[in-house]
Write a protein that binds this ligand. Structure first.
Ligand code: HEM
Length: 207
């Protein structure tokens, strides 16, 4: 059993942590799905969450992401303090991702998932490259723009102030296809990291 974090369903054991406030709602939505799937074929929380994320991206107009199945769920919670905080600047985000084997390019492309939701990056239900286009405009610096002051988390905003991140932000703002392409590989890497695979995992695939 891994104890290093990663895609292992341990979130079910960590819902009380302040950084996970709000995720209980998502678990509640997935619970009946899991119960109904389990009736025909046992599915782990880790697999269900990995597939649900990919489905959300695709339903919102993003790319189709192939998700391999066969993750085992952790029996104990992961160590605390491993998640990047929304207050982190680009340097700390880069360090945090790099410790887990993710490059700056992957940090930037994965952060593009924040195009979904209500943080001011275009239509909350559409997965596109608005995140990068909006970041380049820095609406939070526009005087008198009330919506602008609500745009993005401090961690999102900090990316534009980092030269290396800025290069990738420009790249994805100019080319949605490249964003989709790189998002697919980074998402697959994310949901396959820290995984304890079933020994018969090769038999399973969502696509
Ligand atoms: C880079 C470090 C990251 C930090 C610090 C971070 C932090 C957060 C926080 C605090 C929220 C809640 C925002 C709010 O509504 O107030 C959020 C939302 C969200 N995050 Fe992240 N996140 C990060 C990376 C990621 C990654 C890698 C993904 C997926 C690949 C992701 C996907 C999302 C999505 C989809 C939402 C919107 C959820 C909704 O509105 O229902 N985030 N993030």
């Amino acid at each position: 059993m891994t104890q290093t974090g990663g895609m292992n369903g341990s979130i079910l054991l960590e819902l009380e942590r302040p950084e996970n406030a709000g995720l209980g709602k998502s678990v509640k939505i997935l619970e009946p799905v899991k119960t109904s799937l389990d009736a025909s074929m046992q599915v782990s929380w880790a697999d269900l969450i990995a597939v649900a994320g990919a489905e959300a991206v695709s339903i919102c107009g993003g790319p189709q992401i192939p998700v391999r199945m066969g993750r085992l769920d952790a029996l104990i919670a992961d160590p605390e303090g491993e998640l990047p905080a929304e207050t982190f600047n680009a340097l700390r985000l880069k360090e945090n991702f790099s410790r887990k084997g993710f490059t700056t390019r992957e940090l930037v492309v994965l952060s593009g998932a924040h195009t979904l939701g209500n943080k001011g990056f275009g239509n909350p239900l559409v997965f596109d490259n608005s995140y990068f286009k909006v970041l380049l405009r820095k609406p939070w610096t526009e005087i008198g723009n009330e919506m602008g002051s609500m745009t993005g988390l401090p961690s999102d905003r900090s990316l534009v102030d980092d030269e290396e991140c800025l290069r990738w932000i420009n790249y994805y703002a100019n080319d949605q296809e490249k964003f989709f392409e790189d998002f697919i590989s980074a998402y697959v890497k994310l949901v396959n990291s820290g995984v304890n695979w079933r020994t018969d995992a090769a038999k399973y695939s969502s696509m």
